[in-house]
Design a protein around this ligand. Sequence first.
Ligand code: COA
Length: 251
Amino acid sequence: MMNIEIVPIFDQSVPHVWDDFVRISAAAMRHVYNYKTSEPERRDAISKLQYNWAHSEYSFAFGATNGKTMVGFIYGDCADDTAVIQGLYVMPRYMSRRVGARLLHSAENAMTFVADTVELVSLANAQGFYEYHGYVPISRGSNHYVKQIDQEIRSTVVPVFRPTSLIMDSCDQIAQMNGQRFDDSDAYDVASAHWPMFVHTDAMSQICGFARSQIKNNSYVEQICIDRRCASDIIRNRLARALGGMQITGR
Ligand SMILES: CC(C)(COP(=O)(O)OP(=O)(O)OC[C@H]1O[C@@H](n2cnc3c(N)ncnc32)[C@H](O)[C@@H]1OP(=O)(O)O)[C@@H](O)C(=O)NCCC(=O)NCCS
């Protein structure tokens, strides 16, 4: 039975992530475009993923998993209010089961806090997919697509790949209400570890709680804080469940 979960990948540099990306993209390219990825191309692709990860100010990625196996992924980066999807691929036997749509939707939701627009350059066969999901070519016939993202993200859990000052301010206020503080000491350090973090939005799409985990001084530290005005077990449980699904490694 297929039980596909969409999970944020906060730290792409943990073992196997880029190998999985390349395995899946090679299989999808073979299936859809009859294109065989050579061994040097695979190595080159991994080097590019490594380089992007190390140099991008804001990277994001989601994997679609069936049990422990990654069967699809989306990744990209964000700068100056524009998120760029660098790749979206689904394993052939999982195509046409809404895995691609769920990955795209998860990325758009996560980008709503940090970007106004999502852009991408589409491969030939995926243009219909992106148009179906509201993307428009920047000029007639172009494969460069764009979409404004101004959707409301109400009462849901959203992963935060790197907290912006707006997110940090909201979380700090919520932490203070709970007699705690939101430690932002490594938030601006591109080279720092990318620890799992989620926020929960309320019915007005405002942040009403956050959860994050870190390894500090060799200890696992977890922080979950909810805005006292809307404190609810449901929100706490959702955040705890999201965090609980993450495996984190200290580097
Ligand atoms: C493009 C791709 C990511 C789509 O993923 P997918 O899981 O197969 O697509 P989904 O099942 O999520 O499709 C969602 C919806 O989009 C529609 N759709 C999918 N591909 C479409 C296309 N080429 N044209 C028009 N509509 C399309 C589906 O009909 C579906 O509609 P529904 O929800 O009403 O049933 C996947 O097919 C893939 O990996 N392709 C090869 C690699 C590639 O080209 N990637 C894009 C790189 S930019």
